[in-house]
Design a binder for this molecule. Structure first.
Ligand code: MRU
Length: 347
């Protein structure tokens, strides 16, 4: 089952809010509903958001009553702005929308329906390509994993965070499929618990050995010498190799360096934003304080207590051993290597 797909003229996605208790899918009939599903994290994870955005644009084209190409393009421009506003940090959201808008500006279409068909075909292509790219990243990264390794992982970067297979957990999966005996320590990832709810659910399905650990325990296991490598995903990698990822990634990176443990991010080139020079320019999403005070409807403290809830942090490039992409592993210094991988060159 894919995380996000096109089904019966609608966008179908796994409802990640219901996991691990229930595996259900929702069918979304409008691009506004797709944008809302991105915002409320029915679908989440940078590449999955990118694919949802692309399908959302294909849906917008079908929703539009425009009979001329020019009128359809005007409606698509409006939809593009609406979808892009759903969440600010993962660049894949804008990437997915822009990839479809590039079809609009670069092609010439005899009719509005021809453009509608071209957009759906491109969204489908984005989704298929994502799975293929993840498998390539998996193979590139698995070369770093040794038999018997324990891997520390933050958030969820598996099939659920992508169309299928995963990025950092895709590397874990590839190593496991190669027959390596591995164990994964999963940061639970407060406050939305993507590690405990989603990553553990995925490793259960795959049969990979794991333990959920409190976020506060990762330093303890690193200090004890149990962790051989840290693998995380990314929501946006800037031109210098700084990257935004789920809140808590930065402290894991600092602890890894302190304990001389290799630390890698696994990210497709669609997550690389060469327009930004450094991580200081990445917009960081601030989500509702209710996610901290009342996670999943369960009040931890009285709801009027004060809280802050940044959803991402930025890890400076000096903490990174490398960036695992579909075109190879980019090593520091990152500027040239990132440019080359984004251009499609093997590194
Ligand atoms: O808020 P989320 O759950 O969308 O955040 C997800 C992450 O931070 C992932 O690590 C990142 O998107 C990479 S997913 C392959």
């Amino acid at each position: 089952m894919r995380t996000v797909e096109w089904a019966n003229g609608q966008v179908r996605m796994i409802d990640q809010k219901a996991l691990p208790w229930e595996l259900t899918q929702v069918d979304l009939p409008t691009y506004q509903a797709v944008a809302h599903a991105i915002q409320d994290m029915t679908v989440r994870g940078a590449p999955a958001i990118g694919a949802a955005a692309a399908f959302g644009m294909a849906l917008a084209a079908r929703q539009s009553r425009a009979s001329s190409v020019a009128d359809l393009i005007a409606d698509l421009r409006e939809a593009a702005l609406f979808i892009k506003a759903a969440r600010p940090t993962a660049v894949n959201l804008a990437w997915g929308v822009d990839r479809l808008m590039a079809m609009v500006s670069q092609g010439s279409y005899p009719s509005a329906d021809a453009l509608r068909d071209a957009l759906l075909a491109e969204a489908q292509h984005v989704a298929d390509e994502d799975v293929e790219i993840n498998r390539r990243m998996g193979a590139n990264g698995a070369a770093l994993i040794k038999d018997g390794d324990t891997i520390l992982h933050h958030c969820n970067t598996g099939a659920l965070a992508t169309v299928d297979y995963g990025t950092a957990l895709g590397v874990v999966r590839a190593a496991f499929e190669q027959g390596k005996k591995i164990h994964v320590l999963l940061d639970e990832t407060r406050p939305r618990l993507q590690g405990a709810r989603l990553s553990a659910w995925e490793l259960e399905q795959l049969g990979v050995s794991y333990d959920i650990i409190p976020d506060t325990a990762s330093g303890y296991y690193m200090q004890k010498g149990e962790v051989k490598i840290v693998l995380v995903g990314a929501d946006r990698v800037t031109a210098n190799g700084d990257f935004a990822n789920k809140i808590g990634t930065y402290q894991v990176a600092v602890l890894a360096k302190e304990n001389s443990i290799p630390f890698y991010t696994v990210a497709p080139t669609s997550t690389v934003d060469l327009a930004l020079a450094s991580g200081a320019e990445i917009p960081i999403e601030e989500r509702s304080k209710d996610e901290v005070l009342t996670p999943y409807g369960q009040a931890l403290v009285p709801p009027h207590f004060h809280a802050r809830n940044p959803a991402f942090d930025v890890t400076p490039n000096r903490y990174l051993s490398g960036i695992i992409t579909e075109n190879g592993i980019v090593r520091p210094p990152f500027v040239e290597g990132l440019k080359r991988t984004v251009a499609g060159e093997k590194v």
